[in-house]
Design a protein around this ligand. Sequence first.
Ligand SMILES: Nc1nc2c(ncn2[C@@H]2O[C@H](COP(=O)(O)OP(=O)(O)OP(=O)(O)O)[C@@H](O)[C@H]2O)c(=O)[nH]1
Length: 284
Amino acid sequence: MNQQPVARLHNSQYTGIYCKNLVNHTWFIIQLKKKVRYMSNQHILSILKNKIKTIDNGDHAIHVVGPIKLPVELDGETVTFQWYSWLRRDIQKSESVEELITELNNVHYAEFQQSSVLVYGDFEQEEEVLIRMHSICHTGDIFGSQRCDCGFQLKQSMRMIIANGAGALFYLANHEGRGIGLFSKAMAYLLQEEGLDTVDANLELGFAEDARDYSEAIHVLKLLRQAPVSIITNNPRKVEAMRAAGMNIVSRVPLWGESSVHNEKYLSTKVARSGHFERELAVK
Ligand SMILES: Nc1nc2c(ncn2[C@@H]2O[C@H](COP(=O)(O)OP(=O)(O)OP(=O)(O)O)[C@@H](O)[C@H]2O)c(=O)[nH]1
């Protein structure tokens, strides 16, 4: 019988070579994975980096992401806006866009609201543009509550901007209940059900009548456009705030909806106590 020569390895030799190969192989896979991850990170970064602008305000930064194409259904038609969102971060140390992106999943941003702006047409260059600084209203904008005119104003200002050919709708997420927050607004509603008006309800709860701040939105507006704008509002304080922040407001365009049994008191209190312009007054 022919005996085939068998090359035998001692166990230890065999295990040694096997381990060496395994180590080489594992090292190779790890390096490959690292490289793929690095390349994919670089790719992801290159997609996002060009779409993020940072406004450095010394103690805080405002990161603005966009434009992002947003087709919106309005009155049975699809209208395309360019959407931007922004994030304010207090600055401990200056932070690169890469660091911001890498950290995104460590911070629970869904717990905090972020604001938006919907831009229509050539907002930067067009001579006459309309803007709306819209304060978030969970009940009016989302549920269609008739206790206020917010839902109507939101949609109507979009229509007005489209009809004008260019403009921007700022949706200000930290303005709920004129700055008191949703939970407090719910309590203000309960007090209103007992006869208090909107102003007294806020005051009784220990808040200012109107605690809104427009500075962040104004920074973002200035990033998107330097030239003068017209503002859609019935609220002279918005106009004053914008002018005080150095915005050139050429005119104000009013925005009144229908009054009903549900919002009558709310609308009349705006004029009687919050200084809103009356419906009849000419545009200023
Ligand atoms: N505190 C409080 N806030 C309310 C009430 N009803 C609506 N709001 C909030 O009021 C804000 C809208 O502000 P308004 O005073 O209606 O209008 P404005 O923004 O000052 O003025 P316009 O530009 O003319 O609309 C939204 O944030 C709503 O959530 C209410 O009864 N109490």
